[in-house]
Design a protein around this ligand. Structure first.
Ligand code: WT7
Length: 647
């Protein structure tokens, strides 16, 4: 079958901020004259003291360092709020849709948001939070999550958001890693009609770590929660006593803005650190170009603020650009699978940005749920978080967008701060399944396993040859790990961990992770993390976790478990282990398959041969490859004979 190509619609080419010719010219300049190009792009931000240096970066070991706009000063909350007050103080900044459609929505103007942020910032200060301190946020998708982020940015505190689906254990690990003395949470969260006991989770987490002196509790559901005298503060009572005046701290461009924990191929989650100036330029520029965004348009990114997409494209990007950003508390299929499109109609959303996993789940429910809504307001659709299979792409395009809306398939990572490879709707012809072409200033390269560059069409490891302003600056508390993880696999290049193909038109096709990271419903999980959770169980001797194809989630979690001597594995233990992992990490880490195995395939030196485990999980067993180097080849026969997912 010939590859489908969707040309840029004429109206888009004529009216977009960037058309094809302009993209080529801008891209060329961005990589041939990066200093001048980024000096100019930096002007989109309000600086307190203008920068005189722009790009001071090196990926080489000898002079490794990443600094952008290094001597400039600014405040990001002022760029999201204060700068808009004169022109659009009364336009809606946040349009909030609650979990239940029967509860009223909230519309918060820039002026109101500014006031709430100032009061909350003053509350943080009153609780002793100073510039550089870490503030952990464990909140549902409510406007106060954005208020808390912006309040931190206003006073120079570093926020660390922990997704509200993580367990108390996972939360405790993240609080301890960044020595956070304050946690902001709510009584409960609400998702799909279910209550999540966030405050109780915080209380449990705090029994596993020390140093937290303040817990601020937002009332969301009003459920009774235990309040510890002296430590716990009610959000609304706390802010009521505060002034609405809070000057924005003058921050250096390279002062930290936030930490966000993400999974890697080894060890515990890494605290990805982003700084202020370069991130501001990158998040606002990519938001404007990828979505062709103009103030006044209603824009909805359906991500949670617990992930980087929520940071850059629910809060910071749209607010820097003076936008109206929709925040949705709920889930795509509650109360029914029409919810996304009902909200689109209700708010007259023009731009919708979502994840393939949600689209696949909705696609399975049938077109009627979509067709009973109008969606006439939609102009542009986006996809993020994992590869979108052409079938889901076509459905998104034809059924949701009625063939009218371009789809921007955006490839990027927590580490990259913003979109790296993506179509621009007025510039790029689309190919379903391809993230297409690089963003301005981004120099993707494909290399083979030895690091030899692959020119022209081909497939290899995706690396980025030079720095861009939104790049992460370090792993919190472990700069060496930052360098080792990203810059040593292929010396002098940023290693993404993804495999990728480039076609004859120079289009990039992400093929998925090539390290021990799996992508479950757009959520990134380290297989090593799930393994260590499993082996922490008293009955488990050994565990190996790999990804398996999953129709809705993209990848599912397949765990091979060897029990301790004398333990007879059975259905009850399987259930117990599933619950155990949910408890240790959170529901997003729930194993889809647990296969009990008397032994795992190992080399004579004791290394687990994951390649074989992956093939078995993928049910691709005709080509297991060379098993002769295994210490005990019969282990494989046992694994093949006892595959539970085929039972
Ligand atoms: C990994 C990063 C992008 C921000 C949210 C996830 C995969 C992401 C795409 C895409 C194919 C994608 C990659 C990447 N990924 N977007 N459009 N096409 N794969 O951020 O949790 O840091 O995960 O998600 O494998 O490395 P993250």
């Amino acid at each position: 079958m010939a590859e489908a190509v969707y040309p840029v619609p004429a109206a888009w080419a004529a009216n977009a901020l960037v058309d094809a010719a302009r993209y080529e010219a801008l891209y060329h300049r961005s990589v041939t004259e990066p200093e001048a190009f980024w000096a100019e792009m930096g002007q989109r931000i309000d600086w307190i003291r203008p920068y005189t240096t722009v790009k001071q970066t090196s990926f080489a070991e000898a002079d490794f360092g990443i600094r952008w706009y290094g001597d400039g000063t600014l405040n990001l909350s002022a760029n999201c709020l204060d700068r808009h007050l004169a022109v659009r103080g009364d336009s809606v900044a946040i349009l909030w849709e609650p979990d239940s459609p029967t509860e009223p929505e909230r519309r918060i103007t820039y002026r109101q948001l500014h006031e709430q942020v100032c009061r909350f910032a003053n509350l943080l200060k009153a609780r002793g939070v100073k510039r550089g301190d870490r503030v952990t946020l464990y909140l549902p998708m409510v406007p106060e999550a954005a208020v808390a982020m912006l309040a931190c940015a206003r006073i120079g505190a570093i926020h660390s958001i922990v997704f509200a689906g993580f367990s108390p254990e996972a939360l405790a690990g993240r609080i301890a890693d960044c020595d956070s003395a304050i946690v902001v949470t709510s009584d409960e969260g609400l998702r799909g009609g279910k209550r999540v006991p966030l405050k109780a989770n915080v209380d449990e987490a705090l029994t596993h770590c020390s140093g937290v002196e303040t817990v601020i509790v937002l009332r969301r559901t009003g459920a009774p929660v235990a309040m510890v005298a002296g430590r716990d503060v009610d959000w609304h009572a706390g802010v009521a006593a505060q002034s609405a005046d809070c000057p924005a701290e003058e921050m250096n461009a390279e002062d930290p803005l936030f930490i966000l924990y993400t999974s890697g191929s080894t060890g515990k989650p890494k605290g990805v650190l982003h700084t202020t100036g370069g991130y501001a330029v990158w998040a606002s520029l990519t938001h404007e170009l990828v979505f062709d965004y103009r103030p006044g348009q209603v824009y909805w990114c359906a991500a949670d603020v617990g992930w980087v997409t929520g940071h850059s494209y629910v809060v910071y990007g749209p607010l820097m650009n003076g936008g109206t950003t929709v925040m949705f508390e709920g889930v795509p299929n509650f109360p029914d699978p029409s919810r996304f499109w009902q909200v689109v109609d209700k708010f007259q959303v023009e731009i919708f940005y979502g994840a393939p996993t949600a689209l696949r789940a909705l696609m399975r429910e049938g077109d009627e749920w979509v067709k009973q809504t109008s969606r006439a307001s939609l102009r542009l659709l986006g996809s993020v978080g994992e590869p979108i299979n052409p079938e889901a792409w076509e459905w998104y395009h034809k059924v949701v967008g009625e063939g009218r809306c371009p789809i921007v398939d955006t490839w990027w990572q927590t580490e990259t701060g913003g979109v790296m490879i993506s179509p621009l709707p007025g510039a790029t012809a689309l190919k379903p399944g391809s993230a297409t072409r690089p963003m301005l200033g981004v120099q993707p390269m494909l290399v083979d396993n030895d690091g030899t560059p692959i020119e022209g069409p081909g497939e290899g490891c995706l690396v980025i040859a030079d720095s861009w302003p939104g790049q992460m600056r370090t792993v919190w508390g472990d700069h060496e790990r930052f360098f080792q993880t990203y810059f040593t696999t292929f010396a002098g290049k940023y290693f993404t961990g993804d495999g990728c193909r480039r076609d004859a038109d120079g289009y990039y096709w992400i093929t998925g992770r090539i390290d021990d990271v799996i992508n479950v419903s757009g959520h990134r999980m380290g297989t090593a993390e799930i393994e260590s959770a499993l082996v922490a169980h008293a009955k488990v001797a050994e565990a190996a976790v790999v990804g398996m194809p999953h129709e809705i989630k993209g990848q599912g979690i397949y765990a091979y478990v060897t029990t301790n001597a004398g333990i007879e594995p059975d259905e009850a233990l399987r259930k117990e282990l599933v619950q155990w992992v949910r408890h240790e990490i959170g529901p997003i880490a729930t194993p889809d398959v647990i296969q009990f195995a008397p032994g795992l395939p190992k080399t004579r030196s004791g290394k687990i041969m994951r390649r074989i485990l992956r093939k078995i999980a993928e049910n691709d067993v005709s080509s297991l490859g060379d098993t002769s180097t295994l210490a005990d080849p019969s282990v494989v026969d046992n694994l093949l004979a006892n595959r539970p997912h085929l039972a």
